[in-house]
Write a new protein. Structure first.
Length: 130
């Protein structure tokens, strides 16, 4: 993408935009793509580079903040799981379960992370499956 070329395209546009989105993080780009795919005339503005400052709260909700359980931030995990449940209900094509593998470097990490993941699965059952 060439910034000057993009500004030229904006200058050549005639008439009002259907939608102007400020911020090219995960949320802004997602909204712009969705709106453009529905036929809306969209202008997406970003001060720097697209995706440079991603919408971290939104992306935490997509992966349901499993890593924040280790830090003891159960409130954020519960909020993220609730949002993940809404995403699964409203936009199942955007979210799917995915297995992952984590490495252990100390003897105590396997039981510790195993316990955390069991706790996570209990919360998942409450907040996502409900």
């Amino acid at each position: 993408m060439n910034r000057e070329e993009m500004w030229g395209r904006v200058a050549q546009h005639r008439g009002p935009w259907d939608m102007i989105i400020v911020g090219g993080g995960a949320t802004g780009v997602g909204i712009a793509i969705d709106a453009a795919s529905r036929g809306y005339d969209v202008l997406l503005l970003e001060q720097s580079d697209f995706g440079k400052g991603t919408s971290s709260r939104s992306t935490k909700r997509a992966h349901a903040a499993v890593r924040y359980l280790e830090k003891g931030n159960v409130g954020l995990v519960m909020e993220a799981l609730n949002e993940r449940g809404l995403l699964l209900q409203n936009a199942p094509h955007l979210v799917r379960d995915l297995a992952f593998l984590d490495s252990n470097y100390e003897w105590w990490e396997a039981p510790f992370y195993g316990l955390l993941l069991k706790m996570y699965h209990v919360l998942y059952g409450i907040y996502v499956i409900g």
